[in-house]
Design a protein around this ligand. Structure first.
Ligand code: A3P
Length: 273
């Protein structure tokens, strides 16, 4: 329990649960857990710990149900939730808009080629008898054929397609695109953008992070519930399988026009090769 929370309680002010005013909607394997864990260090942010899957799987349970899954907040605290599948859920933009048309939307994006491999690495960790990545990427399982756009790990990397659906309901100004690459290289810079976007004081800074060379990722000195330095769990920052460089090149060529379209829509060049 934070000192601020305790103080308010002592004053007889009771915290309340609120629907989120900001959502981390995606993308899967972009670095969404890292973003949530980093932003929730902020004393004015309260986050639902696990993915609530309201706008995809649990919508029929209603907004009261959703609210009951949010943490209690004090006046002035912002409620945030992350479920990466919202980004690709057809009904989600409309549903989020019905909840609150001024909801702030955060999306962590990452080079779709490495994102696809990360997605595959996660899948194979759960299901060992999967075919090699190089086979699943192509329609006929061989480099000679076309890229299989119906395969989830590939399809999900066509960000512009999903973003267009969201833009039918929300203006671009309501989105913040976080670079998954920069979130690893320089988390403090990305977190500054996030705090500015959310209208928060810049409290989360480089002082909160250290680079753990064993893990190969930035970790936290302390956070809510942890007073000691710690990294994200084992499922974040998995090692990736070796992928044939020719296949990598084919994928880069495949994504190039989609990436360019995405840069055009967002006005940001993410620099994916
Ligand atoms: P890999 O496991 O492929 O490296 P998500 O939380 O959306 O599932 O994203 C997982 C990805 O977050 C990881 O993919 C990792 O690259 C990235 N990531 C970003 N910052 C991280 C951090 N500080 N610690 C661990 N993983 C981080």
């Amino acid at each position: 329990i934070s000192p601020k929370y305790k103080f308010f309680r002592e004053q007889g002010l009771r915290p309340e649960r609120q629907l989120p005013s900001a959502l981390i909607i995606g993308v899967k394997k972009g670095g969404t857990r890292a973003l949530l864990e980093f932003i929730r260090i902020h004393p004015d942010v309260r986050a639902a710990g696990s993915e609530v899957h309201f706008f995809d799987k649990n919508y029929m349970r209603g907004f009261q149900w959703y609210r009951s899954h949010m943490p209690a907040t004090l006046e002035g605290q912002l409620t945030i939730e992350k479920t990466p599948s919202y980004f690709i859920t057809r009904e989600a933009p409309h549903r989020v808009h019905l909840m609150n048309p001024s909801t702030k939307l955060l999306i962590v994006v990452r080079d779709p080629v490495t994102r696809a491999i990360s997605d595959y690495a996660q899948a194979i960790s759960k299901k060992v008898d999967m075919k090699p990545f190089e086979q699943l990427v192509f329609v006929n399982g061989s480099i000679g054929s076309i890229v299989d756009t119906s395969w989830g790990p590939i399809k999900l990397g066509i960000y512009s397609r999903y973003l267009s659906r969201w833009l039918k309901f929300f203006p671009l100004s309501q989105f913040l695109f976080v670079s998954g690459e920069r979130l690893v290289l320089d988390p403090a810079i990305e977190l500054r953008r996030v705090q500015d976007f959310l209208g928060l004081k810049r409290v989360v800074t480089e002082k909160h992070f250290y680079f753990n060379s064993t893990k190969g990722f930035p970790c936290l000195f302390k956070s809510e519930g942890h007073s000691a330095p710690h990294c994200l769990g084992k499922t974040k920052g998995r090692s990736h399988p070796y992928v044939n460089p020719i296949v990598m090149q084919r994928l880069r060529d495949f994504y190039r026009p989609f990436n360019n379209h995405f840069y055009q829509i967002t006005g940001i060049n993410f620099g994916w090769a």
